[in-house]
Design a protein around this ligand. Structure first.
Ligand code: SF4
Ligand SMILES: [Zn+2]
Ligand SMILES: [Zn+2]
Length: 312
């Protein structure tokens, strides 16, 4: 198999794009798709200050590398969830990568704030692990972005993540999620930071190849609580369809975004109801869920960020 662009040995065949590519053209392909998405959908501008949510996995580390390579001011944020055997390892990966990239990494230890890890917090909230984890991570990412003056929060959600969550939301007609689903979520001054997903048109397989070719040392293990998650089933189903009809995932996601508004339309994260009297985050009562939770489990606790700067 030869690279369609230079005739060298191809390392990957991208059926959805009818392309076989060598290692260096695969890198260029992924970087170009990110660049095009940023420009075409107005995700952010050169003078924006970006915070990249970093998990130690291939998607977030690759995204951080690409944004830095493009010359953006992009720092990382890692949230240590206190998951035995997983959080320490993923933090190690995130820290070594920050060093290699000569970047700045903010680290938040959930146990330092709440005295509890994510499993105990989910039980306290009477939510599933992933639902509690998602809400807490969104809160912390937003809070540090606002407090440290970042104008955009970028996450490594890829095409497979977006298409599978779309499928899940459609299957159960979660109209609220469907209405908000976008690749750009609007900021709301002092309350919510703008959120973007620059990898939304890049598949998991393309990113995995990018990470391996770039020799990014990422954590291979999935979070132990992702096992049995419905999104994995939806990903498998979409992969089976993709195998039979290449390009389906892209058409599915792009088709939805086009029909639900403009593809790059900025939507809001939360309904602008009330704001928490302690922290200004959207809240349904006097205090937001995070401040109420903190009050219950560790009344004297507060948000603590640790800064690891390898900037030159
Ligand atoms: S899979 Fe793990 S890290 Fe991901 S949302 Fe669930 S508990 Fe959190
Ligand atoms: Zn080539
Ligand atoms: Zn609050």
């Amino acid at each position: 198999m030869k690279c369609k662009l230079c005739n060298d040995k191809a390392v990957i065949k991208l059926k959805a794009h009818n392309l076989s590519l060598c290692a260096s053209h695969l890198l260029a392909f992924v970087e170009r798709r990110v660049k095009n998405s940023i420009e075409k959908y107005g995700l952010f501008k050169k003078d924006d200050s970006l915070l990249v949510a970093v998990s130690g996995g291939k998607d977030s580390l690759s995204l951080w590398q690409i944004l830095k390579k493009m010359g953006y001011k992009a720092d990382g944020l890692y949230i240590h969830l206190g998951i035995d055997g997983y959080s320490d390892l993923s933090l190690d990966k995130a820290l070594s990568f920050a060093k290699k990239l000569e970047g700045r990494l903010w680290v938040v230890f959930l146990k330092e704030i709440m005295n509890l890890g994510i499993l105990d917090l989910a039980r306290t909230l009477r939510r599933t692990y992933c639902s509690a984890c998602g809400a807490i991570k969104r809160y912390i990412m937003n809070r540090i972005s606002i407090e440290k003056g970042y104008t955009v929060l970028a996450t490594g959600h890829n095409l497979d993540d977006e298409a599978s969550s779309l499928l899940g939301n459609l299957l159960y007609w979660k109209e609220d999620y469907l209405r908000r689903k976008s690749i750009v979520l609007k900021s709301e001054e002092g309350h919510l930071v703008k959120k973007v997903k620059p990898f939304f048109l890049v598949s998991e397989r393309e990113i995995a190849a990018y990470a391996v070719i770039s020799q990014i040392d990422y954590i291979y293990e999935e979070c132990p609580h992702s096992r049995g998650a419905k999104t994995l089933l939806y990903k498998e189903i979409l992969n089976m369809i993709e195998e039979d009809s290449p390009g389906t995932k892209l058409n599915f996601l792009k088709g939805f975004l086009k029909r639900s508004g403009k593809v790059g339309e900025e939507k809001r994260d939360e309904k602008p109801v009330k704001y928490c009297i302690s922290c200004n985050y959207p809240a349904s009562g006097e205090k937001c869920f995070f401040c109420s939770l903190l009050e219950r489990v560790n009344p004297s606790g507060s948000i603590v960020y640790r800064e690891y700067s390898f900037l030159r």
